[in-house]
Design a protein around this ligand. Structure first.
Ligand SMILES: [Zn+2]
Length: 99
């Protein structure tokens, strides 16, 4: 039997963006709002929290200081770790015990 190919929707649906960002941004003051303060931006040398926002409904993120933005948790992992979409999908699935 071959292993089923990872499915992006399955992985995305299995992970709550709030849990994901608590894991990736352990110092961010996340609460259950849609657009949240993500703490210090991981994409630039940020010394003043307040510019980086994460969306805990969709997983989107946006930094108003450096302009880095993306639409979901895959985009976040691709940007942060310099991965392709499939590498990001594989990393997330591994990190979250879904593979
Ligand atoms: Zn930034």
């Amino acid at each position: 039997m071959s292993k089923p190919k990872l499915n992006a929707d399955t992985v995305k649906n299995a992970i709550n963006p709030l849990d994901f960002y608590r894991h990736e941004l352990p110092h961010a003051p996340l609460v259950r709002h849609v657009w949240n303060d993500g703490g210090l931006c991981p994409f630039h040398d940020d010394r003043n929290a307040g510019s980086f926002r994460v969306n805990l409904e969709t997983g989107a993120f946006k930094c108003f200081a450096c302009g880095m933005a993306g639409g979901d948790i895959f985009a976040f992992v691709m940007a942060l770790y310099g991965l392709t979409f499939y590498e990001a999908l594989t990393k997330i699935a591994n990190d979250w015990g879904l593979s």
